[in-house]
Design a protein around this ligand. Structure first.
Ligand code: ZN
Ligand code: ZN
Length: 394
């Protein structure tokens, strides 16, 4: 692995910063402490710093020369509302909050890239270091874009990365075009007519209506979408009734929708609304549908995906970069940034070795970011800038 020697020499410091952030997890839009650490360090490194974008979001900027070329690098800062079960010294100090997705590591790698690039300045143009809040929900990336991120900080291209426990350290995975699913969620409230459980003829049973909707909704995936379009519609909650002898007034269905193309997201949402309302009508009930689009599908731009894969291959060798990785059913709000400017998102291996193995899946209470990968991730960020804004651009 061709890790930059200067970055490598900071490994102990990086580890300390990462573990400090890990020990003090903060939920989306509450990243006050983390955000203050990021801003202080960026200032210390000599960056221009803009705070208060999407509440706790930050952009650090370094300009070299007069080139109009620019690049954005993005990390997320938020933790998850879950209890950590690890017992090591840097475990979460905050009950019910945990850096269970490795955003502590992403933040540390991007900070280190800022430190390196401000010291070495081997590029011509502008680099923006984007630290976003609330990736785990409700979408700090969306809020930053809506608040004019790319108008205030224009980027020719933007890049992000996420750790991947199932991938060994030193390997990368990416794909061109759609890579991670879009997500939606829904609440369907079926209103019937409550009555005595022994006298169904005097009511309209919302439990039976809900059951038909659950069954009919399975045909959205199987009968209305092309088998070539991966998609999921899962009804994950069914709520109705409190007594053995009461037919309730209402039943509620909730669940999630996933797809890799916006058209397929739309088709599933419209299909569900149609089936729910018309199945309910067929039984004399009504269905109120609240179906919400969440994060859109994450779609890598082909040129930028090839570019970041090339830079990754220059560090770890072509054989360690999977350019045709499998689709990922999870979602990621970096998709909003990729819908605004060209760019790409890469998965960085973090499993297999290191202090804690690094192979525990994200969102598991025993997860911890693998510090072994910190210098590699920071080097990748740094080399992206040098390759994009380097000698060719000067
Ligand atoms: Zn996560
Ligand atoms: Zn994450």
């Amino acid at each position: 692995m061709k890790i930059d020697p200067l970055i490598q020499s900071w490994h102990a410091e990086m580890t300390a910063v990462r573990r400090d952030i890990h020990a003090h997890p903060e939920l989306g839009f509450e990243e006050e402490r983390t955000s203050a650490i990021v801003a202080d360090k960026l200032r210390e490194y000599g960056c221009e710093v803009t705070t208060g974008i999407a509440k706790t979001g930050i952009v650090g900027t370094i300009r070299v020369g007069n080139s109009p070329n620019s690049i954005g690098l993005r990390a997320d800062m938020d933790a998850l509302p879950m209890e950590e079960t690890n017992t090591f010294a840097h475990r979460s100090r905050h009950k019910g909050k945990m850096h269970g997705c490795g955003h502590d590591g992403h933040t540390t790698m991007l900070l280190t890239a800022a430190r390196y690039l401000s010291e070495t300045r081997k590029f011509q143009g502008t680099v923006h270091f984007i630290f976003q809040p609330a990736e785990e929900g409700p979408g700090g990336g969306r809020v930053m874009v809506e608040e004019g991120l790319f108008q205030k900080f224009p980027c020719d291209a933007v890049f992000g990365m996420h750790n991947r426990p199932s991938l060994p350290v030193g390997k990368f995975q990416i794909r061109s075009g759609p890579m991670m699913a879009g997500a939606g969620s829904f609440d369907i409230t079926i209103k019937g007519k409550g009555t005595h459980g022994a006298r169904p003829e005097s009511g309209i049973d919302p439990v039976v209506v809900a059951s038909h909707i659950v069954t009919a909704a399975q045909t959205i995936r199987s009968r209305t979408l092309s088998p070539h379009d991966p998609a999921v519609l899962s009804i994950t909650q069914v709520h109705a009734g409190d007594a053995y002898n009461v037919i309730p007034e209402t039943a509620v269905l909730r669940g999630t929708i996933r797809a890799f193309r916006q058209e397929v997201m739309d088709a599933q949402m419209q299909g569900l609304a149609r089936i729910a309302s018309q199945v309910a009508a067929a039984y004399g009930a009504t269905a109120h549908c609240d179906i919400r689009q969440g994060y859109p599908p994450l779609v890598n731009h082909p040129e930028e995906a090839a570019f970041i894969a090339d830079v990754a291959a220059s560090l770890v060798g072509e054989e360690n970069v999977n350019r045709n990785g499998a689709l990922v059913m999870g979602s990621e709000d970096f998709s909003y940034m990729l819908n605004a400017v060209p760019g790409a998102f890469i998965l960085t291996g973090q499993g297999g070795s290191g202090d804690h193995g690094g192979s525990c899946e994200v969102h598991n209470p025993g997860y911890d970011f693998n510090d072994e990968v910190l210098p590699l991730g920071a080097t990748l960020f740094a080399r992206l800038v040098e390759a994009k804004l380097g000698t060719a651009a000067s």
